[in-house]
Design a protein around this ligand. Sequence first.
Ligand code: SF4
Length: 326
Amino acid sequence: MMEENILEVKNLETSFFTHVGEVKAVRGVSFSVKKGEILGIVGESGSGKSVSLMSMMQLIEHPGKIKNGEVFFEGNDLLKKKEKEMLNVRGKEIAMIFQDPMSSLNPVYRIGNQIIESILYHDKISKAEARKRAVELLKMVGIPSAEERLNSYPHEFSGGQRQRIGIARALAVNPEFLFCDEPISALDVSIQAQIMNLLMTLQKERHLTMLFIAHDLAMVKHISDNIGVMYLGKLVEISPAAELYEKPYHPYTQALLESIPIADPDLAKSRGRHFLTGDVPSPIDPPKGCRFCGRCSKCMDICLEVRPELKEVSKGHQVACHLYDD
Ligand code: SF4
C-alpha cells in the first residue's frame, strides 16, 4: 500500500532584508515526504538548506521573513499556525537535531533538567516519571551511568556524547518526524559513524520520518530514500537515492558526485570529472536565467534568459535544467 505524504512543502520562499537589499535565501522550494521515509537534502553552504528547515518550523528571526509558501504537516499548514500552536508542534510532532550540540544545549542547566523540562512541557506525567524516562533515554543513546549523568552539565561531556544527548532530548516525547540539520558535521570523523548508526537504528525502531540535511552526498546516499540537491535557494534535482547516483541529470549534481573521493586510484583515474569553476553568485543579485549558468560547462543561450523549473524526467525524478526541455 502506498504511504501518504506526511509533509508537503509548496513554493516556500524566505528572504532576509539587509542594508544592501533583499536576499532571497529560499526561492520557491517544493517537495514532499512520505511517512517513514528519509529525504536527504544536500548542497553547498548558503544554498538554503538550513533556512528551508528553519522556515518550516517558523524559526526565522528578524530581518528574515517567510514571504510565501505552504508547509502541510499531516494536512495542516504549519505556516498558518500561531506561535502558541507551534510550541506544541516543535518537539512533540516534529523534533530537531542541530549541527552543534554545544550551542543547542543550554550550558548553564544540567542535562537531566533540559530533557525533563521538554517531557513535562508536552506530557502530563509526574516529575518522577519524567526523570525515569530521561534515564531510559540516556541509556538508549548509549550514555554510561545514565542516572548519575543526569546531573552533569553539557561541558562535562564529549562532542559525540553531547550529540547523543541532543538526540535523546529530541526523542523525549516520541515525535513522528525528525528534522536533522547537519547533525554530524561538527563531530570528529570517528564519531560521525557512531552517531549515524545510532540515528539509523532509532529511525527503524521508532518508524521515524526524517529530513536530513548534509553537505556530504556520499553519506546521504546510504541513509536516504530520496535526495534533493539545492543550489542558491532552489532545488535543482530531486530523485530516488539510488537513481540519483546511477543517473544524475543536473550538471551541478554530476559535479558534486564526481567530487566524491574514490579509494581505488585506478577507478578514480577512469572516472570522468567536471571541475566546477567560478564562485556561487551573490544571492542579492543572482543571474536572470539559470542560477548555475556561470559555473556550467553546458550553458546555452536560453540558460542566460529563462529560469529552468523542476520537470519530471522519470518516475519520481525531477530536474531543473534546459538540457532536458522537450
Ligand atoms: Fe547548465 Fe543551462 Fe542546465 Fe543551467 S539550465 S544547469 S546553465 S545547462
